[in-house]
Design a protein around this ligand. Sequence first.
Ligand SMILES: [Zn+2]
Length: 461
Amino acid sequence: MANKGSNFDTTVLIKGGRVVDPSQGLDLAGADVLIVDGKVAKVGAGVAVHPAAKGARVIDAAGLVVTPGLIDMHTHLRDPGFEYKEDIVSGTRAAAHGGFTTICSMPNTNPVPDNQAIVRYIRQKAAAAGYCNVYPIGAVSKGSKGEEMAEIGDMVLEGAVAFSDDGLPVWNSELMRQALTYAKPFGAPIISHSEDKSLAEGGQMHEGYWSMVLGLRGIPAAAEEVMIARDLILAELTGGHIHVAHVSTRGSVDLIRRAKERAKRVAETAAAGGHGRPFRVTAECTPNHVTLTDKAVYDSKYDTNTKVNPPLRTGDDVAALKEALADGTIDVIASDHAPHHFDEKDVEYSYAPNGLSCIEVSLALAITALVEPGVLTLPQLVDRMTTAPARVLGLKGKGSLAPGSDGDVTVLDPKARVKVDLSTWYSKGKNAPYQGFELVGQAIHTVLGGRLVMEDGVLRA
Ligand SMILES: [Zn+2]
C-alpha cells in the first residue's frame, strides 16, 4: 500500500545530468533535479531525496541533458472532427514520445474551438489521457470564417492561451485589428497564419527555380510577406501582440527583425514618457523549414509529404531562418505537426493536402539542423523549445526548472544517432518525408508533473 497522505507520492530525482535551464541561465554539469509533489523542489549538485520518500523514483541522467519540459506551441491534434488523422490521445502520446510535456492545439478542427465548450472538451480529454499538457489555441473568428470575432474572453477563462484561424489567414484587416485589440488585456497573442490567398491561389510549392523545373504552380514568398507586413502594422496600431507562425522566407525575417527593433524603440520612448504605444512581436519557425528546401520536391520525385504550407523554400531562406533563430528574431521552434491519413497523401501532388507529421522528430530535426552545425548552442536550442514559448504565451510554471515550477522535465541525449522509422511513431500521421533519415538527438525520458510518462524512449501503457 502506498503511504496515504505522504507528500512524496510523486518524488522524482533526476541524477547527475547536464542541467540546462535558460530561464535561469543555468548550465550545470553533473547536477540533480528533485521533483516533489509535482513541482520542482531543488536543482543542484548532490541533492538527496528526503529519507521519508520511500517510493521515490531515481532516474540516472549521467551523460544526458536535463531541460525544462519541451513545449510545442503549434500542433494539429485534428480532434474534434478529423480523428482518422489524429486524436487527442494519439497526438499527446506522439508529443510525449517526442519529448514534449506541453503542446498547444491548433483550432482548425470541426467544430472549431470558437467557444468555451470546445476548449473545455480539448482540455478535459487531454487531461484524462495524461500524456502531455494541452493548451488550446482558440479561433479568432466564429467557425474560422473570418467574419465575426469568436468568444475570445470566454475561451481565455476556459484555458485558451492564444488565438488564430491557423490554416487560414484572417483576411479581413478590420477583424484582425479588433482581435488584436480585444485579446490584448488578456495577454493572449494573436497568431498569424500569414498567407495572402489571392497570391497563393492554386500554388503547390515555392515559386522559384524548382517549381519551374517541375512545372508546378508556385506560391511566391510575397504571399507570406504581404500578410506579415499587414499584421505587424496592425500590431503597432493596436498595441497588441502578434505572433507570426511558421516563418519561412528571408523577406519575412527582415520584416520581423525591423518590427521588433521598432517595438523596442517605441517601448523605450513610451517608458521615457514620450509618444507611442508599446506593441509586441514574436515569431516561430518549424524544424522542417530549416531541414529541407524546395529541391526536396524534386529529389523525392514529387513525394506529397514534402507538400506543406508555407511551402519549403530556398537555401537562402533556410540560411535567413537560421540567422534569425540565432539572433532571437525568431523566438520559438514549433513543429506545425500536421498529421494526415495515408490515403489523403497517396494522390497526385496537386490533390494532396498540405502538412507533414513531425512531432516525434521535431527535437532531432532541430538538433541536427541547428546544433550539430553550430548555428545554435544547445542552451539556445533549449531556450527556443522551452523558455521562449512559455514566455510568448505567458505560461506560468512552464519552461523553467526554478523551484516551484511545474515538474515537467525532458531528459535528452543530444548525441544519440537515430535512423527515422515511421513505423515506430505513436502518431496516426505517418506523412513525413523523413523515412530513413539519419538524425542526431533524442528524448529519452519525459516527466510530466512529477510522473514518468516516458522511460528509456518508451511510453508508459
Ligand atoms: Zn498555419
